[in-house]
Design a protein around this ligand. Structure first.
Ligand code: SF4
Ligand code: SF4
Length: 488
């Protein structure tokens, strides 16, 4: 199907901002819409439910900023665990590269918070104000008792939902049950109240009013995603070759993909059973110009004009057009996931080197992250040397070095640790210093003195200090240090 290229309009061709009429997206159904609904339930379900679950007696997900500890599924992350956060960010970045290069704006269409919350606000709007045509009529109608009632009810539910969202958001940073009690007793702290209202306002404003304006004018991803696209990236595309020229037609006119229709086109003869078909209808493509693909679009664009940067790849137009194609008895796929190369009949492949490289890097990052988390030791030990003296001579004539062990028990249970020394000379640990206790999440500083015979202690001796849990020997941490004696 070589022919005219489909239009690709990835940049805005007008002013920085254009005031637009309110969009009333039409309801649609289909596999992609059901996938979007599942994504909304899954993602928002996690957001609203996670803070209410406990794990090992603690809130399952709690970012305790004052204590500088992040509790996530029974693991406690400290500021020293920045490594895991950087790995997570790298994984997220490569996931974005991979999925965008593979299938365009999957993130925008199915997982972006702006998309999922807007979807819920739209559900509420449809529930209160009815389907698209009723909503348009209601907005255009003068204020009446019914209009005030419907609008006020919608606003009230939106506000409650937004406040609940703000409350849940703050519940990730402060124990949510205690926060709930404070709210019920009207004893919420000033900062908690500020963030509840701030996040509620952001949700209400972005998902209730700004909606597609956020995607069009505020989101930077919409502007640079073009750099990650190539001619083999899966995009949502209207098959212009098949669809044009568009127009209404008799139901008896077959699809252009139907061999019978091709015969009709080639002979310019009207099929006998096509009764009402006329010369114009024989030249039509498969688009019946019902504009339903435009009506369902949450950003209000017409995908038949080519790929546009406003398209968030939600797939609603695919589902809608497939429904129309079913109704008129044409094959589905007039709007479909495709690539620029495929739409122009050029050779190309979705699994290209770039995708494979991204996939390999992403797999390695995910595997490394999983390995690092599963082998994570909830213990950090710092060894600090006594800065006042390199060594000292004890009354017994031994050479003694002094250190401080800083032990951070990152576990959610208390530990008793054993201290052992691995060195090239015999070193004795000071009395009572070989065992240290630390409560869950406690940082303990403990003195450590090491003694050696003066005959063996001359010069510098590298050593390793190992701290090991008594009941869980796998919880161990070792640090390098040095033992100094007099110069030989
Ligand atoms: S839904 Fe399909 S048939 Fe209807 S206008 Fe859009 S592309 Fe054409
Ligand atoms: S054109 Fe509109 S409906 Fe179609 S995928 Fe893009 S945003 Fe969704």
């Amino acid at each position: 199907m070589k022919g005219r290229p489909i239009a690709l309009k990835l940049v805005d061709d007008g002013a920085m901002y254009a005031s637009e009429a309110k969009i009333h997206p039409r309801e649609t159904d289909g596999p992609l819409q059901r996938l979007r609904i599942a994504a909304v339930f899954w993602l928002l379900g996690m957001f609203y439910a996670f803070p209410w679950f406990n794990w090992d007696g603690r809130q399952m997900v709690l970012f305790d900023l004052p204590a500088r500890k992040f509790h996530v599924f029974g693991l406690v992350f400290w500021p020293q665990d920045f490594f895991y956060l950087s790995m997570l960010l790298m994984t997220a970045a490569f996931a974005l590269f991979f999925f965008t290069a593979l299938a365009g704006r999957l993130w925008c269409g199915y997982a972006c918070p702006q998309t999922v919350w807007t979807e819920v606000f739209l559900w509420i709007e449809r529930w209160i104000e009815g389907p698209r045509n009723r909503r348009i009529k209601l907005d255009a109608a003068p204020w009446s008792r019914e209009k005030i009632l419907r609008k006020a009810t919608k606003q009230a539910i939106w506000i409650v939902f937004a406040l609940w969202t703000g409350f849940t958001f703050v519940g990730f940073f402060t124990p949510i049950r205690a926060l709930g009690g404070d709210v019920l007793h009207l004893q919420v702290s000033g900062w908690a109240l500020f963030w509840i209202f701030f996040y509620a306002l952001a949700t209400y404003g972005n998902a209730g009013f700004l909606r597609e304006q956020v995607c069009k004018y505020m989101c930077p991803y919409a502007r640079f995603q073009g750099a990650m696209f190539d001619r083999d990236t899966l995009i949502i595309a209207y098959d212009e070759q098949r669809g044009e020229a568009r127009g209404a037609r008799s139901k008896s006119v077959p699809s252009v993909l139907d061999p019978a229709r091709l015969r009709v086109r080639s002979t310019a003869a009207v099929s006998a059973d096509a009764g009402t078909a006329d010369v114009d209808q024989r030249s039509l493509g498969d688009c019946v110009d019902c504009t339903i693909c435009v009506q369902v679009c949450p950003t209000g664009i017409d995908i038949r004009g080519g790929l546009q940067f406003e398209c968030i790849a939600c797939g609603a137009c695919i589902d809608a057009c497939n429904t129309v194609m079913d109704k008129v008895g044409y094959p589905q796929g007039l709007i479909r996931y495709s690539t620029l190369n495929a739409m122009q009949g050029n050779p190309g492949r979705v699994l290209r080197p770039r995708i494979v490289i991204y996939a390999v890097i992403l797999s390695v990052l995910i595997a490394s992250f999983a390995w690092a988390i599963s082998h994570r030791v909830p213990l950090i030990v710092d060894v600090l040397r006594d800065r006042n003296a390199l060594y000292r001579v004890t009354p017994e004539g031994d050479i003694e070095n002094a250190y401080t062990l800083k032990i951070m028990n990152k576990d959610h249970v208390a530990h008793r640790y054993i201290v052992t020394i691995d060195a090239g000379l015999a070193l004795a640990i000071g009395a009572g210093q070989d065992q240290i206790e630390a409560a869950a999440g406690q940082v303990v500083e403990s003195p450590l003195t090491l003694r050696a015979n003066p005959a063996a202690a001359q010069g510098m001796h590298p050593l390793r200090i190992e701290v090991r849990s008594v009941v869980q020997p796998a919880v161990r941490y070792s640090e390098q240090a040095s033992f100094f004696g007099p110069s030989p």
